[in-house]
Design a protein around this ligand. Structure first.
Ligand SMILES: C[S@@+](CC[C@H](N)C(=O)[O-])C[C@H]1O[C@@H](n2cnc3c(N)ncnc32)[C@H](O)[C@@H]1O
Length: 234
């Protein structure tokens, strides 16, 4: 997503301090406590993550749909996350917080088993072969997701057929070692049974309105049981 110049970026970000964590690495192992403070209850709730949330329409809708769960949205670009947070602020959600950072090693932010599921929506494809290690579904990243989840799922959507093929190839190489299993898979989400309950992202709307097929895969991690007949299921 292209970085835009935004007027009064710092002032506007400052007004949304209650929605984001300024030193996220210091919260490793403590995210449940943070949500408890935010929600003022002591219930054990699962935490789900979106890496590269863009303008945030997907994660906001997810947080609205599942108020019993907690959500963390991560986005590298300040001007983009600002838009996501301004909208989330008007929604007055108490189960969604943001991290503005470019994630290199997710284990710096989360303890083993702290996360219950990860959403990767329209991740940057990194077209060049020599940049394959930067793709968020490279085996190096998959291994780290496994660590912070223990048991859980990874759900990926992309318009990019090459990135999708790369992801499936990575999975077929490492799924046994990493205890990952493809539970559902389609190259055309919107005409598949998994489209029920699907939440469109900004990129998804853009590409599907041009007639592009949307690839989707749901991966169970660590033997997590997914009874999936639609993308709603967790
Ligand atoms: C192509 S956009 C998709 C945005 C949104 N998920 C959607 O589907 O509309 C990818 C986004 O991921 C962010 N991103 C890419 N790599 C990231 C990383 N390692 N950590 C945090 N954000 C990242 C980019 O800044 C960009 O906004």
């Amino acid at each position: 997503m292209r970085q835009r110049r935004v007027k009064d970026l710092d002032i506007r970000l400052d007004k949304l301090k209650h929605l984001y964590v300024t030193e996220p690495k210091s919260k490793k192992g403590l995210w449940k406590d943070l949500f408890e403070e935010l929600r003022q209850d002591r219930k054990e709730r699962r935490i789900f993550l979106e890496i590269g949330c863009g303008k945030g329409s997907f994660i906001r809708e997810l947080a609205k749909r599942y108020p019993e769960d907690n959500f963390i949205a991560i986005e590298a670009q300040p001007s983009v996350i600002l838009m996501a947070m301004e909208k989330a602020n008007s929604d007055k959600l108490d189960n969604l917080i943001f991290i503005q950072d470019h994630i290199k090693d997710i284990r710096d932010y989360f303890e083993n088993g702290e996360i219950s599921g990860i959403y990767l929506n329209f991740s940057d494809p990194w077209h060049k072969k020599r940049h394959a290690k930067r793709r968020l579904t490279h085996r190096k990243f998959l291994d780290r997701y496994r660590e912070i989840m223990g048991q859980g799922f990874i759900k990926m959507k992309t318009d990019n057929d090459n990135l999708f093929n790369f992801t499936i190839d990575e999975l077929s190489d490492v799924s046994e070692k990493l205890d990952m299993k493809i539970v559902s898979f389609t190259r055309d989400l919107h005409i598949s049974p998994y489209s029920e309950g699907n939440i469109m992202t900004e990129y998804e709307s853009k590409f599907s309105s041009r007639g592009k097929n949307i690839n989707y895969v749901n991966i169970s991690v660590g033997g997590h049981k997914i009874n999936e007949d639609s993308v709603r299921e967790r």
